[in-house]
Design a protein around this ligand. Structure first.
Ligand SMILES: [Zn+2]
Length: 265
């Protein structure tokens, strides 16, 4: 009985040893297979990179994977300074923008005036005090230039009208659909209403300046008065409107509503 039990134990032990040996062998086979696959993958990867680098080299491209930094990826292209002038209209260009048949010594350009084929009007010098305000380095002039848009808005005579299209999603955008037109409205503002645009030229200068401050922010009221006087002297539109108003006030022109209507006489 004891002998039989020993045999059984020995057989079980032997069986366990065989199982353990088989498991260990499978494990080793699996590891070897993994290593083999890994090696093959590395070879394929090297081969692919080599072929890609070769293709890029042939195409004149730089292999990003071997480039040390973006400095080596993007080569610097220096086209000089934009200070070569068109001899006709004095527009400034880079030297490389010249017409292909012209030389560096005598460059010619086609993007501006078509090498002198189109005669451009010279921009007239602005009247005073605008000329000084645009060029002087005083504190007053520098402040004017910093807020020039406010003065421009405060002295505008018309507002732009368009059918605005807004979108519920995406970045803010202003899309005009249809025709753009300028709206000037009546020359005089209604009682109890704030004058706007052209109407501000038919109230006194102080009120025009205060309307500008209220609508567009802090502006120099003395400067506004100077600019208003400049426009009244030099701007043909302001002069025309003032002239029409004077004629209306003096009775030389018929008031609105009577023009072209049937005569009462
Ligand atoms: Zn030109």
């Amino acid at each position: 009985m004891e002998l039989t039990e020993k045999k059984h134990r020995k057989r079980r032990a032997s069986s366990t040893a065989v199982d353990s040996s088989a498991t260990s062998s499978e494990h080793h086979n699996s590891e070897a297979e993994d290593r083999k696959q890994s090696t093959l993958a590395a070879v394929r990867k090297r081969k692919y990179r080599h072929q890609t680098a070769k293709r890029n080299l042939e195409a004149g491209l730089i292999d990003i994977s071997v480039a040390e930094s973006t400095d080596t990826i993007v080569s610097i292209h220096d086209c000089g300074t934009m200070r070569v002038e068109c001899q006709h209209c004095r527009a400034k260009f880079f030297a490389s923008e010249r017409l292909s048949h012209s030389s560096m010594r005598n460059p010619k350009f086609g993007l501006c005036c078509g090498d002198g084929k189109i005669k451009l009007w010279t921009v007239p010098e602005p009247p005073e005090p605008l000329a000084t305000l645009l060029t002087d380095t005083s504190q007053r002039c520098r402040l004017f230039r910093r807020n020039i848009r406010r003065y421009n808005c405060a002295l505008c005579m018309a507002s732009m009208q368009a059918n605005e299209v807004t979108f519920s999603q995406g970045p803010s955008a202003f899309k005009v659909h249809g025709e753009i037109y300028r709206f000037i409205g009546p020359m005089h503002h209604s009682e109890g209403q704030q004058p706007k645009c052209l109407q501000t030229f038919f109230v006194d200068a102080t009120m025009q300046a205060s309307v500008g401050v209220e609508r567009f922010g802090e502006i120099d009221t003395d400067l506004m008065t100077d600019l208003r006087e400049m426009l009244q002297l030099n701007n043909s539109y302001v002069r025309s409107f003032v002239s029409i108003d004077e004629q209306l006030q003096s009775g030389l022109l018929p008031q609105s509503g009577t023009a072209g209507g049937p005569s009462s006489e």
